[in-house]
Design a protein around this ligand. Structure first.
Ligand code: IPE
Ligand code: IPE
Ligand code: MG
Length: 239
């Protein structure tokens, strides 16, 4: 593929590590929670733009399994923020026509939120044009552990032989099953690490790091990342 052709290449699956809310706020003399509030607000235009650009799947790292270890007040604020958005979204699901799903240990959230997540997933599963996957209380290692247990159970129940374990069996056992592997991972805030996001799924994803804090990340920044992706030469180990 020539560079010219690559220029219009759009990732099918975009994954975003939405990082830098706290620093964005602190640099403005605001509490970290103000960054989370703003970070939640900027998400909608980004998702609309992603859909407009022809992206089919967006996975968002919103809260990691390790983020529970933050100060109680910050965790509480984040849980309330998720609750507010879940409730709002559940009310107008049909307006958006987006298939929304959740990965991560949702049972760690209060029961009303678990019910809302289940309801949103169930009611939006009929939409197929655009998929948004929220990683909430998600850890790549936790998900691999859960997948290993599922496979072990299947084998104990003699559903298949150990020799039948392959890439596909592992994919099916992961919470992300159903979505193709991410093509592009964007991490905002200048940190250049994965922080226990989709460990298995991003084996061949293109990684894009930007110093912009998540609350400042806008549609134009997304276009710049997509353009950079278009210039990448994905080889998948071939020549
Ligand atoms: C990302 O922003 C949001 C969550 C992890 C919930 P941070 O809260 O990590 O912001 P920084 O990295 O401390 O600036
Ligand atoms: C990763 O960011 C998780 C989310 C963006 C939700 P963190 O801020 O938790 O990651 P570290 O601690 O900098 O690695
Ligand atoms: Mg951070």
């Amino acid at each position: 593929m020539t560079t010219e052709e690559n220029k219009d290449k759009i990732p099918t699956h975009l994954a975003i590590i939405m990082d830098g809310n706290g620093r964005w706020a602190q640099e403005k003399g605001l509490p970290r929670t103000a960054g989370h509030k703003k970070g939640a607000e900027v998400l909608k235009p980004i998702l609309e733009h992603a859909q407009k650009r022809g992206i089919k799947y967006v996975t968002l790292f919103a809260f990691s399994s390790e983020n529970w270890n933050r100060p109680k007040t910050e965790v509480k604020y984040l849980v309330e923020l998720f609750r507010k958005y879940l409730n709002e979204y559940a009310k107008e699901m049909d307006k958006h026509r987006v298939a929304v799903s959740f990965v991560g240990t949702r049972e760690k959230f209060p029961a009303d939120m678990v019910n809302k997540m289940n309801e949103i997933e169930r009611e939006t599963a009929k939409y197929d044009d655009f998929h948004v996957i929220f990683a909430l209380s998600y850890g790549g290692r936790e998900d691999l552990i859960a997948a290993t247990k599922r496979i072990a159970l299947d084998i104990r129940e003699q559903k298949y032989l150990i020799s039948a374990i392959d890439e596909n069996k592992i994919n099916e056992a992961l919470s992300t099953h159903g979505a193709p592997y991410p093509d592009l991972v964007i991490r905002t805030s200048g940190e250049q690490r994965i922080s226990n996001f989709l460990l298995w799924e991003i084996a061949y994803a293109e990684l894009y790091f930007t110093p912009i804090y998540w609350p400042d990340f806008n549609e134009q920044d997304l276009d710049i990342a997509i353009e950079a992706y278009g210039r990448r030469n994905r080889r998948f180990g071939r020549v």
